[in-house]
Design a protein around this ligand. Structure first.
Ligand code: TYD
Length: 207
């Protein structure tokens, strides 16, 4: 049985850790799983990711930004996600199209209907079956990123106000489609967050 799961959340919400733990747990139970990330996940997508994250690209226009994320996503769906789902795999994506709605839509103020149309064009209308939103405040997320000492990208450098708009956007998206979204309080310890995620996934897999 194929299942498409995405993880969303602000920077520093622990998405990547949780996606990996879920992947390992599902594999242990004998499921075939593909874990991928956005932007990136394919050779072409990783090249686009470099352009998007380069801090020298501060003049990037918001529309150009949308199209670059969408181009990377189109490649990822065509090359990886759709074939995997057709082969019956569980696909886990660390970010997917909802990031465009949250960051470029709610964050930058681009029209949501247009973003949805561009996204449907890029993905052939493929949306996840299940989306986890790992919720932390922008302050907490930034604090975690700084202490982890990871990559500091072009979007991390945005003003706090931007990150607050993104979070409000995610919450609005989640509330608008409760059948797909599960909101998880991500300030709890890693194990507790993972436990909640596993329970929901097990339910979807009918176990
Ligand atoms: P990444 O290093 O993957 O961060 P994270 O660990 O938070 O996922 O950076 C991805 C950045 O790109 C993140 O700041 C969100 C942003 N983004 C968008 O603005 N729009 C999109 O469509 C996607 C996929 C990501």
């Amino acid at each position: 049985m194929s299942l498409f799961i995405s993880f969303e959340g602000p920077d520093g919400s622990g998405k990547t850790t949780q996606a990996r733990l879920l992947e390992g747990w599902l594999r242990q139970q004998g499921y075939e799983v593909v874990l991928t990330r956005e932007p990136g996940g394919t050779a072409i997508g990783e090249q686009i990711r470099q352009v998007l994250h380069d801090r020298r690209n501060i003049e990037m226009d918001a529309r150009a930004e949308v199209l670059l994320y969408s181009a990377a996503r189109a490649q990822l769906v065509a090359q990886c996600i759709r074939p995997a789902l057709e082969a019956g795999y569980i696909v886990i994506s660390d970010r997917y199209a909802d990031s465009t709605l949250a960051y470029q839509g709610y964050g930058r103020g681009l029209e949501l209907d247009i973003l949805r149309a561009i996204t449907d064009f890029a993905t052939g209308g493929l949306w996840p079956d299940l989306t986890f939103y790992l919720d932390v405040t922008p302050e907490e997320g930034l604090h975690r990123r700084r202490s982890a000492g990871g990559e500091w990208n072009r979007l991390d450098a945005e003003a706090m106000d931007f990150h607050h708009k993104v979070r409000a956007g995610y919450l609005a998206l989640a509330e608008g489609d409760p059948g797909r979204w599960v909101i998880i309080e991500a300030t709890q310890p890693v194990a507790g967050v993972q436990e909640q995620i596993r329970r929901v996934v097990a339910g979807r897999l009918g176990r």
